[in-house]
Design a protein around this ligand. Structure first.
Ligand code: ZN
Length: 248
């Protein structure tokens, strides 16, 4: 698959955005990444994203020349104005409106707006995000219709076509693991397990079969359940060999 357009991937260093980055590298001519520092408690992801990029570059020669610059934006403003369990030290719980208090209102709307501003300058016309409304916490700014409306607003407001691509939108977590394996084989699965970070609490001292995390928070629960479901669908566990061995 070769799409001549250039893409900007919203890349947090988690499983979903790493899978999206591999998906974009497989498809588009040139791919850059953008990350946001917004005072998240799981700041560890910001370190993971550099490791993941370096590993992708080292292990996947077919993607190496397509992987362009990384951009990290300081959005500490978002942490200052929102009062949530992702940005403040407090317990994760459900709010009265049915949304967990990890919801940062407007986060993805802001992310896409800043991403589009950067994409405009860099000549990139596809914005890729790992949002999903199949296996998710109910965040309204992850929904397909929200992002379609965002695509229209950005394209009109910038008077240039801006496509928002969300390859994971209709996949559950087991299918996201499967997509990673399809795109990059055992080497990519192993990279995702070892180097990506999803845990809301930033916990990296405990290593599970599916990666690092507290094992209890909503992000860990989704990730581990998806992994178990994917494995039980008949996939062979990847051999515990040195990274790169399966690259033939
Ligand atoms: Zn966790």
């Amino acid at each position: 698959m070769n799409d001549p357009r250039s893409a900007l991937v919203l890349f947090s260093g988690g499983q979903d955005s790493t899978t999206c980055l591999a998906w974009a590298l497989n498809r588009y001519a040139h791919v850059e990444t953008i990350g946001f520092d917004y005072g998240q408690r799981h700041l560890i992801e910001l370190e993971c994203r550099l490791t993941v990029r370096a590993q992708l570059h080292a292990q996947f020669p077919q993607w190496r020349d397509k992987l362009g610059d990384d951009h990290l934006l300081d959005l500490s403003l978002l942490g200052q104005i929102s009062d949530t369990a992702l940005t403040q030290a407090r317990a994760i719980e459900m709010n009265a409106n049915g949304l967990p208090n990890t919801f940062v209102p407007g986060r993805n709307l802001l992310f896409f707006t800043f991403a589009a501003t950067l994409a405009y300058r860099r000549g990139l016309s596809v914005l890729v995000g790992g949002m999903c409304e199949t296996d998710f916490s109910g965040y309204p700014d992850c929904r397909d219709n929200t992002l379609k409306a965002m695509q229209v607003a950005l394209s009109l407001g910038m008077d240039t076509p801006m496509t928002i691509a969300t390859p994971l939108m209709w996949l559950d977590k087991a299918q996201t693991w499967a997509l990673g394996a399809e795109l990059g084989g055992d080497a990519l699965t192993k990279l995702i397990v070892e180097h990506t970070h999803s845990c809301y609490l930033g916990e990296r001292s405990k290593r599970h079969e599916w990666g690092y995390g507290c094992g209890q928070c909503p992000a860990c629960t989704l990730r581990s359940r998806g992994y178990v479901a994917w494995r039980s669908n008949g996939a062979e566990p990847f051999p515990d060999t040195e990274v790169g061995d399966s690259l033939g």
